[in-house]
Each structure stands twice: as structure tokens, then as C-alpha cells.
Design a protein around this ligand. Structure first.
Ligand code: FVH
Length: 292
């Protein structure tokens, strides 16, 4: 079935994200049914035209397209296992954050119950839904992705990553790994400058333009990784990148070294293995498959 302007949609889970997804679909004039474990979270959506289902079974049977936006993998099973028979013949789009293996397990579970499965990784915060900059990664059923683009595109830029249901989650968590480690680096720097009486806000004013200017250099690292060549002249050597001074300055300031110490350990593994003149991108080899 292809989504049209009037295709009914059900959203299970009205936490911050589920509410935002349901509000966007309701606002785009799709007949929307919502359900939440704890009653009382649907008021604004009902005012906007959504229908609150009395239970999960009523919610699932109200629409050919069922969106699950729940806490985690366990809660998806807790909600859907008892109504698997009612889901049969419908499409389940699961945007709950799960590991890739959990996504694949859910895809297999869905296939076993005659449910078409599409996994989604939301690369946005709830206020960003439907706004520029919001994107959602999908993998699993190509037919479901194409059939329901009209709904999926309401939430942000939709990208389909293939029929392996685990790939969207893999990509989602990989992107978040980059984001969290950059943020952790900012927090480390903020703790360092705080020892000189500099506020985190003042530090952010310098960190944001600096990090923005530097982030594009990951493309140089990416080219080295893909080529398996860490010796190019444009690459800063591991010996030059050694974070010894940074670690010592942190120790002197009484700041925990967990963040910079972790990066230093990746660098040292490569230097100790005889690759000190290779470029910084070689730390990829310290990470990949726990390599040396
Ligand atoms: N919020 C965000 O910025 C991120 C952006 C990226 C994607 N995540 C993921 O989206 C899933 C939902 O996130 P959320 O922000 O809506 O989360 P909460 O506001 O905490 O709402 C959780 C909902 O899940 C329901 N729930 C929890 N456990 C169960 C259960 N065992 N059975 C049924 N429902 C359950 C909960 O219901 P209630 O507590 O109100 O009864 C909420 O509806 C999540 O995977 C993020 O990682 C969001």
C-alpha cells in the first residue's frame, strides 16, 4: 500500500519524540491514531485532530502504517508481542533506538508474524522534527520506505540505507559516537580552562568556531582510511600528535584524564607498534576490530 495524503497512521509512544512525530503527522492532515502506556499524554494531539486509542490493539488496527517510538527494544516487544496477530499485513516503522542486532531481531520477529518492517534512526531532537536539519535514516523493507515516503518525509530528510534492518541503527549509533566524543572533548576543555577562572560559556564562544573550522578535516582522515595509506604528506604524524602535554596539563590542573587519556592510548598503540611517522588517521587501526 502506498501512503497518500489521507493514509491513516498510528503512533505508539507519546514521549517527547513520539509526541513530536504524531504532531507532525496530524498537522499534515493524515488521520492519526495515538496510544501511550500512561494515559493523559495525548491531550494536545487530540485537540489537533488525532484520535486516542483505548488500547494497543485498537491503535494497531486503526492504520496500515504503525510507528513505534518507545523507550527501547524491550519496550517494543512488551507493547507489540501481545498484538502481533493484529499487526499482520501492516507496516511497522520502528524509530525506537535499538542496537543493530536488536533491529535485526525485530525485523525477523516481524517477518515471522507477516509484518512489513522498516527500522528508523532519528538524527534530530523533538523540536527539530519537520524542521530543516532534521533527518531520519531507514533500513529494512524498500517497499515500505517507498510506499510511505509521503509520511516519512514529514519528519525530515528521509534516507534509505538498504534492506539490512540493522544498518540504520548502526549508522545512527556511529554518528552519535562522533557527536558524543566531540562533546566530551568540549567538556574536558571546559574543565581545563575553568581552573583559570574561564567560564564554559566563554570557552564555547572560542570552541564552536574552532571545532567548526576543523571538523572538515575528517575527510582527509577518511581518504587515508579508505586507501589504507597513512603516510601522505598532508597528514600530521602520530609523533607530532602525541597528547603527552595535554594529559600532563590536565593532571597539573586536577582534571580527570579519561577523555584525552583514551585518545592518547590509541595514539600510543600505533607509535609503540612502530608507526609513529604515520598520520594521525592511523588511530583508526587502534579502534578497528580492537586492532593494534
Ligand atoms: N528525544 C530525543 O532527542 C531522541 C532523538 C533520537 C531518537 N530518540 C529515541 O526515540 C525513542 C523515544 O524517545 P523519547 O524522547 O520519546 O523518550 P521518552 O520521552 O523517555 O518516552 C519514552 C516512551 O516510551 C514509553 N515506554 C517506556 N517503556 C515502556 C513500556 N515498557 N511499555 C510501553 N511504553 C513504554 C513511554 O511511555 P510512558 O512512560 O509515558 O508510559 C514513553 O511514551 C527512544 O528510543 C530514544 O532513544 C529520541
Amino acid at each position: 500500500m502506498t501512503t497518500t495524503a489521507r493514509t491513516p497512521v498510528t503512533v505508539l509512544g507519546l514521549g517527547a519524540m513520539g509526541h513530536a512525530l504524531a504532531a507532525a503527522v496530524t498537522g499534515a492532515a493524515h488521520p492519526t491514531t495515538v496510544w501511550n502506556r500512561t494515559p493523559g499524554r495525548a491531550g494536545a494531539l487530540v485537540d489537533a485532530g488525532a484520535t486516542e486509542a483505548r488500547d494497543v490493539r485498537a491503535a494497531v488496527t486503526a492504520a496500515p502504517l504503525v510507528v513505534a517510538c518507545l523507550l527501547d527494544h524491550a519496550s517494543v516487544h512488551e507493547v507489540l508481542d501481545p498484538v502481533a496477530d493484529a499487526l499482520a499485513g501492516r507496516t511497522l516503522v520502528n524509530v525506537t533506538t535499538t542496537t543493530p542486532e536488536q533491529s535485526r531481531e525485530l525485523a525477523a520477529w516481524a517477518a515471522g508474524h507477516g509484518v512489513t518492517y522498516l527500522d528508523g534512526g532519528i538524527m534530530a531532537t523533538p523540536p527539530m522534527i519537520g524542521q530543516p536539519g532534521s533527518s531520519v535514516l531507514y533500513s529494512g523493507s524498500a517497499e515500505a520506505f517507498e510506499a510511505h515516503r509521503a509520511v516519512l518525509d514529514i519528519w525530515g530528510e528521509s534516507t534509505y540505507l538498504g534492506d539490512d534492518a540493522g544498518v540504520a541503527a548502526l549508522y545512527d549509533l556511529a554518528l552519535l559516537a562522533g557527536m558524543y566524543t566531540v562533546f566530551a572533548g568540549f567538556h574536558h576543555g571546559a574543565a581545563m580552562v575553568a581552573t583559570a577562572g574561564i567560564s564554559a560559556t566563554e570557552f564555547a564562544d572560542r570552541a564552536v568556531p574552532f571545532l567548526s573550522a576543523m571538523i572538515g578535516h575528517v575527510r582527509t582522515d577518511a581518504a587515508a582510511i579508505d586507501a589504507g595509506d597513512y603516510g601522505g604528506p598532508e597528514q600530521q604524524s602520530l609523533e607530532f600528535s602525541d597528547l603527552g602535554d595535554m594529559v600532563q596539563a590536565s593532571v597539573d590542573a586536577g582534571v580527570a584524564t579519561d577523555v584525552v587519556g583514551a585518545v592518547q592510548a590509541l595514539i600510543r598503540r600505533q607509535i609503540d607498534a612502530g608507526h609513529g611517522t604515520d598520520g594521525f588517521a592511523r588511530i583508526y587501526e587502534s579502534v578497528r576490530a580492537g586492532g593494534t
